[in-house]
Design a protein around this ligand. Structure first.
Ligand SMILES: Nc1nc2c(c(=O)[nH]1)N[C@H]1C(S)=C(S)[C@@H](COP(=O)(O)O)O[C@H]1N2
Ligand SMILES: [Mo]
Length: 409
């Protein structure tokens, strides 16, 4: 909030107007508010979250989930990571008057729907979908890149309910030249400058028209919590979660690659050539490609790293694995630093683009310190790397094997 206060800590006039918008009405004595004071009305985004969540930053809110908290088959809301690029719309949102407008060069005529219209006019679907931040695992890269230093927990797989985007787009009517979609959400830029957009991303029309691409109003059977996009969000599984726009009010159907905020530079892009760690590359569209399907990855969600095991007992291991648009074909664990690998039991996903549960029982030869490494293989035979993959300036796509420490005593 620093930039909206003057040197004595009082709110600047321009910021006052923005804050008034947030509360829905004018904050009468806003000028008296102490520096960094947050009005009570502004909802606490951590309310209802597990106390074990790890806060990376609070302006904007970026909160990750430690792997052992992700043990549930379906991620409960209190264990869903939070990734905001700007400031959530903190005002009391009225879902009854919320609208979604579909516009852009490639619609025949823009059309606006209320949430009740969406519910009435289109069939409702529920899918369990992996939302993983493109920067999940970023803290593993050396040299450190800019961006949130996520460990392994910028991932969730909850059940989302809404209507298929393809049904809405069919109702609107698209022109033949439609190639991309771009979302717009009601959050504000960190500067609170209303002319700036925090993030506005999208996907090629082919991904937008998949059955599992939802415009959702519920998660795990309840309203979406404010911090996760209430009352309406786009949910697109398997791709960087940055394409799943929260607080969705407008969706543009574009006749070119969407050019919204964070579609350019190295945002959610990786270099097309190999870079040495720390090496610079001009941020031109030719040098960087947009991240699409996320790479294969897995987590050990039970036990927690540091587990103690009585000698002679078998260790039960559990976790999940996922592979972007693909399925996970095999899952293996190793207790000898990758020298040998044992196959795990691997379940089918609940639906396309959901994660898959795996489990294993392992025996340890003697007392002592061990590490359990877990490695998933996708349906094309591509495995997770054991070491950190190619360094890139945005610190994206580190899908190196998850490992936990176990002491047999
Ligand atoms: N409007 C809007 N949508 C957004 C974002 C945002 O900042 N604003 N962050 C994106 C990013 S980068 C991620 S990883 C996911 C995080 O979703 P979650 O906070 O519900 O876990 O939301 C995406 N959708
Ligand atoms: Mo993200």
């Amino acid at each position: 909030m620093k930039q909206i206060h003057d040197r004595r800590g009082f709110l600047k006039k321009s910021a006052l107007a923005a804050l008034a918008g947030i509360a829905g009405v004018e904050i009468v004595f806003a000028g008296n508010m102490p520096r960094h004071y947050t009005p009570l009305l502004l909802e606490d985004p951590l309310a209802g979250k597990s106390p074990e969540m790890i806060i990376l930053s609070d302006k904007p809110w970026n909160v990750e989930t430690p792997p052992h908290l992700l043990d549930d088959a379906i991620t409960p809301v209190e264990k869903m990571f939070i990734r905001n690029n700007g400031l959530a719309p903190e005002a009391s949102i009225n879902a009854a008057t919320w609208t979604l407008t579909i516009n852009g060069e490639s619609v025949n005529k823009p059309k606006t729907y209320k949430i009740t219209d969406l519910k009435k006019r289109f069939k409702t679907y529920t899918y369990q979908l992996v939302l993983e931040c493109g920067g999940n695992g970023r803290s593993g890269f050396q040299p450190q890149t800019s961006g949130n230093q996520w460990d392994q927990g910028a991932i969730s797989c909850a059940e989302w309910t809404g209507v298929r985007l393809k049904d809405i787009l069919a109702d609107v009517g698209l022109k033949d030249d439609a190639v991309y979609i771009g979302y717009y959400g009601k959050d504000s830029h960190l500067s609170r400058d209303p002319s700036k957009v925090a993030i506005s991303r999208g996907v090629p029309i082919k991904k937008a028209l998949e059955d599992e691409t939802l415009v959702a109003w519920a998660v795990n059977g309840k309203d979406i919590p404010l911090i996760h996009g209430f009352p309406l969000r786009l949910v697109i599984g398997g791709w960087p979660a940055s394409v799943s726009g929260k607080w969705l009010h407008t969706l543009a159907v574009r006749n070119k690659e969407h050019d919204g905020a964070k579609m350019d530079g190295h945002s959610y892009r990786v270099p097309v050539v190999h870079l040495e760690p720390g090496e610079k590359l001009a941020e031109t569209p030719e040098n960087f490609r947009i991240i699409e399907s996320m790479p294969v990855r897995s987590l050990i969600t039970y036990p927690k790293t540091g587990a103690l095991l009585d000698s002679g007992k078998k260790l039960i291991l559990r976790g999940h694995a996922w592979a972007g648009d693909l399925e996970v074909k095999e899952m293996h664990t190793s207790i000898d630093f990758g020298a040998t690998w044992q196959a795990c039991k691997l379940e089918a996903p609940k639906n396309r683009l959901a994660w898959q549960h795996w489990s294993a029982e392992v025996e340890f030869p003697t007392k002592g310190y061990y590490e359990v490494w877990a490695k998933a293989t996708d349906s094309k035979g591509i495995m997770q790397p054991m070491l950190i993959p190619s360094w890139n300036p945005g610190g994206y796509l580190n899908n190196a094997c998850h490992r936990i420490a176990v002491k047999v005593v």
